[in-house]
Ligand binder design. Structure first.
Ligand code: HEM
Length: 464
């Protein structure tokens, strides 16, 4: 790799002796711009940090982030076995990010291994992402129905003018229901899976047991799809790459539950928050009907995957002011890269990057493959909400919004809002195919036993 800064700095101690800045701190959570700027000033585009007790390089420069993600020269590995400290037994067994970096899904594979799984994903997702396909149309209709019904429940339970937590009542439950559709779980039999996923995401006392059950259920489901294929994501992935084992498919589907149930929910919440805060132009984009631009702006301001779980250097490389040793962990940070003046000046006459050049979906050989689907779900969620509820306002000052404390995810723990009195929901106009699908999955659509109400009930129960 070329040196990333013109001047080579003098030799420095190894990462282990340098990483004294804890990544998780008050500013990181409440004023990330301040934290990233401090790192940039002190260290340049790459800074040694402490990630929950483990030293790592945090990449805060936009060009360096893009170079690493594109990895044109094959300098970076995603296999945990490349990590020197891991091989030496220096990573504590209870390090909270261990389950993530030890995952055996496509995110943590290299080369042909990764290409094979990405091929299965691209083909499997195609029917749901290509908007001319019936599966994609039916999914969009379903998301609209779920959104409208969730909004009805909010309006009913909070009274005509009221206050609600749009994270718990809307942004989080909505994508959960999409998971059932993607996995092809029929009426009722996906309920337990969704409840367990909710428990895992909630990280409450039952999270560990729920996660074990979730993996078992997903594995059973993948084995069933291998025996009897259906019109669902795992079946389509198997059709594209028939030698996928049940374990491999289950690892990908477990990742799916997090990407849809957590990361997409986070994007919905962050977009709504960004529109309501109104500082980054997301509100203006929404008002002028440019919903995708509103989502871009929200994703640039607060990328749901703020920092990407480690990549490891395959050989010694110079990066910023530092010499990265082979086997060192590197965490690229779209959140920090977006605050780099080289990117943040986007839109200005001298800027070389447009706001769409944000890295919230990553880039290069591990770039997100579900971008269109996640954007569709988010677009519908935001559109339905603002169509239905006028006068939406944050119920707390923007600087008091409670952000999650996570080394990877930038999302809200809750999104308290107030709104003006609401009218009746706009009448949905389902296509015949969507109506048929709705009947199969949701015998009591709109009634007390609809999927939406079942999920909300289960979420309440699992919290009590
Ligand atoms: C429908 C929901 C989604 C699906 C199906 C999906 C699918 C995927 C897949 C399969 C990968 C792995 C690619 C690989 O490692 O080769 C991935 C990576 C990624 N996705 Fe998504 N995704 C979804 C939602 C999102 C959302 C909402 C965001 C954020 C706005 C996002 C951002 C990313 C990023 C940053 C990566 C790269 C992670 C890394 O390199 O460490 N995804 N996605």
């Amino acid at each position: 790799m070329e040196p990333q800064t013109p001047q080579a700095e003098p030799a420095h101690p190894p990462l282990e002796a340098l990483a004294v800045q804890p990544l998780l701190n008050h500013d990181y959570e409440t004023r990330p711009a301040v934290f990233y700027e401090r790192l940039r000033e002190e260290y340049g585009p790459v800074a040694p940090v402490d990630v929950l007790g483990v030293p790592a390089w945090l990449v805060v420069g936009y060009t360096q982030t893009l170079d690493i993600l594109r990895d044109a020269r094959g300098n970076w590995s995603r296999r945990v076995g490349t990590w020197r400290a891991y091989r030496d037994g220096a990573v504590p067994a209870d390090w909270p990010m261990l389950p993530v970096v030890e995952s055996d899904n496509c995110g943590f594979r290299d080369g042909a291994d990764s290409t094979r799984l990405r091929g299965a994903w691209s083909e499997g997702l195609r029917p749901f992402q290509d908007r001319s396909r019936p599966e994609a149309k039916a999914l969009e209709q379903a998301v609209r129905r779920y959104a409208d019904e969730l909004l009805t429940v909010i309006a009913e339970s909070a009274g005509p003018a009221g206050e609600t937590d749009l994270s718990a009542q809307y942004a989080r439950p909505l994508p959960l229901m999409v998971i059932g559709r993607l996995l092809g779980t029929g009426a009722g039999d996906g309920d337990e899976l969704i409840t367990d996923l909710w428990r895992v995401m909630d990280a409450g006392p039952e999270a560990h047991e729920a996660s074990v059950r979730l993996i078992e259920r997903v594995t059973d489901l993948c084995a069933a799809r291998a025996r009897t294929p259906g019109e669902d994501l795992p079946s389509y992935m198997l059709a594209a790459v028939p030698d996928l084992t049940t374990e491999e498919l289950a690892a990908e589907m477990a990742m799916l539950t997090g990407l849809v149930g957590d990361v997409t929910a986070t994007l919905i919440g962050n977009t709504i928050a960004e529109v309501l805060i109104g500082e980054t132009g997301a509100r203006d984009s929404l008002s002028s009907g440019m919903l995708q631009e509103a989502i871009n702006r929200a994703a640039a301001a607060n990328p749901p995957m703020a920092n990407l779980a480690f990549r490891w250097a395959k050989a010694d490389v110079r990066l910023g002011r530092f010499q990265i040793a082979a086997g060192d962990p590197v965490m690229v940070s779209p959140a920090a890269a977006h605050r780099d003046p080289a990117f943040a000046a986007g839109g200005g006459p001298d800027s070389i990057y447009s706001s769409r050049a944000h890295l919230a979906w990553s880039a290069g050989p591990h770039a997100c493959l579900g971008r269109d689907l996640a954007t569709t779900i988010t677009t519908i969620a935001v559109e339905r909400l603002f169509d239905r509820f006028s006068g939406l306002r944050l119920a707390v000052p923007a600087d008091l919004l409670p952000w999650r404390s996570s080394p990877l995810i930038r999302g809200l723990r809750s999104l308290p809002v107030t709104y003006d009195p609401v009218g009746d929901p706009p009448a949905p106009q389902p296509s015949p195919a969507a109506e048929e699908a709705a009947e199969q999955e949701d015998p009591g659509e709109g009634g007390q036993n609809s999927l939406v109400r079942r999920v909300l009930r289960m979420m309440r129960l699992s919290q009590s």
